[in-house]
Design a protein around this ligand. Structure first.
Ligand code: AMP
Ligand code: MG
Length: 311
């Protein structure tokens, strides 16, 4: 695609404006439902798009963040639909920073972030979707899952002993357990989407070399030490298994109602624009509206206004 110069000073919401730029930016990141994904062959973690460089990107991110704030206000006021953002990635891919930057403009009352960790004993005593179901957004809300139900076909697949911990009856522990989980997750998400909840699924795709660099930084920079975990180094040894598990997840759970987007994550500035863009794009399609009054309710309001004025 040719690198089209665009004049950022004249950005507007018509054609050639941010709406079109966002749509163009995210289109190549979508996993077409039914395609078989191979990693790293199919998605380059270092991709930065043809449309933006870093300075133009900063401006675009600011715009995206502002649009997000506006849509979130409308979503809350409308109180009919909700948005679930699913964030998945390997360690040090930038999930936390992405949430911080992308959500920086929105009203905290309308957004909930939930970080899923190793399941508790109580959680392991239920079916594997139980703990995710209880954290879903309500109507009018945006919920962000920092890790999600997809861990159930990722970390649990890479480490079979975690499946042992789930105390499943023997009949469930067949070879097709992953196929069953893909199916159940797709149906779970179909149910949500048919009930007014939009799902945006983002896989922050970092390369092995960039992860190595970031883990080194967590050791070398004292202010980042708190983020370092020896467990991250252990997980890194399973890199190839994770790539396979992620590819299989993308191949089996990118659906028309809840497609995956693979966000190139080696350049943080681009990852943030792409993540913001994908979320804004979903909200643009939902297009929530401030409720308006019918003429009767409007007349009553005007009467109340004049009563208030005369006090
Ligand atoms: P972090 O996101 O770095 O705080 O780490 C959370 C840890 O919890 C990661 O190592 C995940 O792999 C782990 N985790 C999240 N969900 C599950 C799950 N369903 N089963 C087992 N481990 C999980
Ligand atoms: Mg971690």
């Amino acid at each position: 695609m040719p690198n089209k110069p665009r004049d950022s000073r004249h950005g507007d919401d018509d054609s050639g404006g941010p709406r079109d730029r966002i749509a163009e930016l995210i289109a190549p990141l979508r996993v077409r439902p039914g395609t078989k994904v191979r990693l790293p062959r199919d998605f380059d973690p270092g991709h930065t798009g043809d449309l933006v460089n870093k300075p133009a990107g900063t401006e675009l991110l600011q715009r995206g963040v502002a649009m997000l704030a506006d849509y979130q206000a409308r979503l809350a006021a409308e109180h009919r639909r909700g948005l679930l953002v699913v964030l998945q990635a390997l360690d040090a891919a930038g999930k936390d920073g992405t949430i911080r930057h992308v959500m920086s403009g929105v009203n905290p009352q309308g957004v909930r972030v939930h970080s899923f960790k190793v399941p508790s004993a109580e959680e392991l005593g239920h079916d594997y979707l139980w703990r995710y179901g209880s954290r879903l957004p309500a109507r009018g809300e945006i919920a962000i899952f920092n890790r999600s139900h997809y861990e159930e076909v990722l970390v649990v697949r890479v480490h079979p002993e975690l499946l042992d911990n789930q105390q499943l009856p023997p009949s469930v522990r067949r070879r097709d357990v992953w196929e069953h989980r893909f199916h159940a997750i797709n149906e779970f998400e179909r149910h949500l989407s048919e009930n007014g909840f939009r799902i945006v699924k983002l896989f922050l795709n970092v390369s092995k070399e960039e992860q190595r660099r970031r883990l080194l930084q967590r050791i070398d920079r004292p202010e980042k030490n708190w983020k370092f975990s020896a467990a991250d180094l252990r997980e890194r040894q399973f890199w190839d298994d994770y790539q396979k598990a992620y590819a299989d997840m993308l191949s089996n759970t990118s659906t028309e109602w809840a497609p995956w987007y693979v966000i190139p994550a080696d350049h943080k500035w681009f990852a943030r624009i792409a993540a913001a863009g994908t979320i804004v794009h979903a909200l643009m399609e939902l297009d929530p509206q401030f409720p308006t009054l019918d003429s009767q309710a409007r007349r009553e309001l005007i009467q109340l206004r004049s009563a208030l004025e005369q006090q």
